[in-house]
Ligand binder design. Structure first.
Ligand SMILES: Cc1cc2nc3c(=O)[nH]c(=O)nc-3n(C[C@H](O)[C@H](O)[C@H](O)COP(=O)(O)OP(=O)(O)OC[C@H]3O[C@@H](n4cnc5c(N)ncnc54)[C@H](O)[C@@H]3O)c2cc1C
Length: 335
């Protein structure tokens, strides 16, 4: 019997595990992770679907376009299905605001709609004080705590197994499975000694503002993303900052920036504050590696380093990673 172990239970680990089960229904897939859903970066992210090449540096554009299209096909069909509510996917009008013209973001040709806003429209919405250019985009917003739970349910229903624990050395999997899939994000620094991956600290608040039914996403460290229950208000971007404590100064500055764009936020009650570390790597690592350790040989498929777009890119990259796992197993003549 073929056995695959996936390290990591954030959006990338769970999506990769589910895609492996889709391609290899009889395979034993086990997820090993220190944090399962809660405690992962994925759990707290905004999260809007808007992959841009700026946020996935070093990746071939055609490959990035395929990940974006595959991701969109998945999220948009979920949004149009009867599962949309339980999976936490909502079609949401979104104002993308910028000081400079946005040149062909990856999502432009795949999302439901993408329109330039006229100068007069930017002014009527009150955005002209801070931004010169505006785009009205119909995309999807993912309430990640619901979406991750939906993925986990699917994984368990397909017969997947979960082990909650920290992996200290990759050697422990030698001889225990056919392929190890590494979706440990920032954990790859320690597990694989990869110094190319580093954190980018982000903080956001979740507020009670049920009247806000649209996203605002700006190039000025301010975004407003309505989730199913609360509204995510962010943010900040700090490279190489590992600090996951809440900064009250950051929260204050975030609220000030966002209230300028959306004054009704001033009366919103704060429910919680959250910090996450974006896994930054140029390029995102999605490849096979043959590892020879003291204990023996091992095949590892890496899928990590999704930067600021990990929720949006997760399904597309996971499909590619699952295909890679199939070809590794085929080459061992296991199927
Ligand atoms: C503030 C903020 C806002 C964001 N907004 C968006 C957005 O709007 N849209 C978007 O697409 N993306 C957004 N992102 C980015 C997105 O959240 C990440 O790219 C994505 O969550 C990365 O997912 P992951 O599964 O690779 O990592 P994670 O969710 O961090 O999961 C890593 C997993 O690996 C496990 N692990 C690590 N090391 C070990 C070990 N040694 N042993 C066992 N397990 C281990 C962890 O326990 C965890 O289960 C945002 C991020 C932040 C911080």
């Amino acid at each position: 019997m073929v056995g695959v172990t996936v390290i990591g239970a954030g959006v990338v680990g769970l999506s990769t595990a589910v895609n492996i089960q889709r391609l290899l229904p009889s395979c034993h897939v086990t997820i090993v992770a220190e944090h399962i859903i809660e405690g992962t970066t994925s759990f707290g992210a905004g999260a809007i679907f808007r992959p841009t090449s700026e946020y996935i540096p070093g990746v071939n554009i055609e490959r990035a376009k395929k990940w974006t299209q595959d991701g969109w096909d998945h999220f948009s069909s979920l949004a149009m299905s009867e599962e949309a509510g339980t999976a936490g996917i909502a079609i949401t009008p979104s104002f993308m605001l910028s000081q400079t013209e946005i040149s062909d973001p990856l999502y432009k040709d795949v999302v439901f709609t993408f329109h330039d806003l006229r100068e007069e429209e930017v002014r009527k919405l009150g955005f002209n004080k801070y931004f010169k250019f505006g785009y009205l985009v119909t995309t999807v917003v993912i309430t990640t705590k619901l979406y991750l739970a939906w993925l986990l349910r699917r994984f368990l229903q397909n017969g997947g197994k979960i082990e909650r624990r920290r992996v200290n050395s990759i050697d422990e999997f030698v001889g225990r499975c056919d392929v190890v899939v590494n979706c440990s994000a920032i954990g790859s620094r320690q597990l694989f000694g990869d110094k190319k991956i580093y954190p980018n600290r982000g903080q956001l608040l979740r507020v009670k503002a049920p009247w806000i039914k649209y996203c605002v996403y700006t190039d000025g460290d301010a975004y407003i993303i309505p989730n199913q229950d609360l509204v995510a208000v962010g943010g900040c971007r700090e490279d190489n900052n590992f600090n996951t404590s809440i900064s009250k100064e950051d929260s204050k500055a975030i609220m000030e920036r966002c209230c300028k764009i959306c004054p009704s936020l001033k009366s919103a009650e704060i429910d919680n504050e959250w910090v996450g570390l974006r896994p930054i790597r140029s390029p995102l690592r999605l490849e096979k590696e043959d590892i020879q350790s003291d204990r023996g040989k091992m095949i590892v498929v890496h899928n990590y380093g999704h930067c600021s777009d990990g929720i949006g890119l997760s399904w597309g990259t996971s499909m590619e990673a699952a295909n890679l796992v199939v070809s590794c197993i085929n080459s061992q003549s296991k199927l």
